[in-house]
Design a protein around this ligand. Structure first.
Ligand SMILES: Cc1cc2nc3c(=O)[nH]c(=O)nc-3n(C[C@H](O)[C@H](O)[C@H](O)COP(=O)(O)OP(=O)(O)OC[C@H]3O[C@@H](n4cnc5c(N)ncnc54)[C@H](O)[C@@H]3O)c2cc1C
Length: 164
């Protein structure tokens, strides 16, 4: 059956004109619509707290990101993973299997709270802990320091995790 789907490659949508119900393309063309679905994906959520200069911070989104991370995951390296979602847990599993000492820091009180039932989250928590991953739940990172702070009382957070 004819699907009546037109694919346009090599162009970006640069603007949406809602009054005229059309989208504008990077090559100057425009296409009208009655209903518009925006499915442009998502971006990596960057850490909003202070990050000391010199901290080796990796965001994992693309294959290039994953390859760059793989380069630094060596036995004995201490790794802090911010976020106990699917990607964070996959990174933690890879790092621990490469002999790294891994801490996962997750603001929620359990793993994968948006995507799996509590029982499965509890199972995952036990599984990762049995593999030696230090799981810090109910913990929101506020800053990433290159070195431990000079005076512990200067910390805003209730705890400071020394992960590297
Ligand atoms: C590291 C990592 C691992 C993952 N692993 C898994 C996994 O194992 N299993 C799983 O199910 N999911 C996985 N996911 C999630 C999965 O990749 C996403 O859920 C999925 O790609 C989202 O699809 P999408 O169509 O919303 O966005 P995308 O796949 O990002 O597609 C968006 C598209 O929009 C295009 N676009 C952007 N801006 C414009 C514009 N202005 N004009 C025109 N086009 C534009 C982009 O070029 C792109 O082609 C993973 C994600 C990451 C980052």
């Amino acid at each position: 059956m004819q699907q009546r789907i037109k694919i346009q490659l090599g162009v970006r949508v640069t603007a949406i004109n809602r009054e005229q119900q059309c989208v504008l393309f990077s090559d100057g063309a425009r296409v009208g619509y009655q209903r518009l679905l925006i499915a442009t994906g998502s971006r990596v959520r960057r850490f909003s707290g202070l990050v000391d200069e010199g901290v080796k911070l990796h965001y994992v989104r693309t294959i290039a990101d994953a390859r760059a991370l793989r380069e630094v995951l060596a036995p004995g390296v201490r790794v802090a993973v911010l976020g106990g979602g699917f990607i964070g847990l996959e990174v933690a599993a890879s790092a621990v299997s490469r002999g790294c000492a891994v801490t996962v820091i997750e603001p929620a009180s359990r793993l994968l709270p948006r995507s799996i039932p509590a029982e499965v989250g509890a199972f995952m928590l036990g599984l990762y802990r049995r593999h030696g991953v230090d799981m810090q739940l109910d913990t929101t990172p506020l800053a990433i320091n290159r070195h431990p702070p000079e005076r512990w009382s200067r910390l805003i957070a209730a705890k400071c995790l020394q992960t590297w």
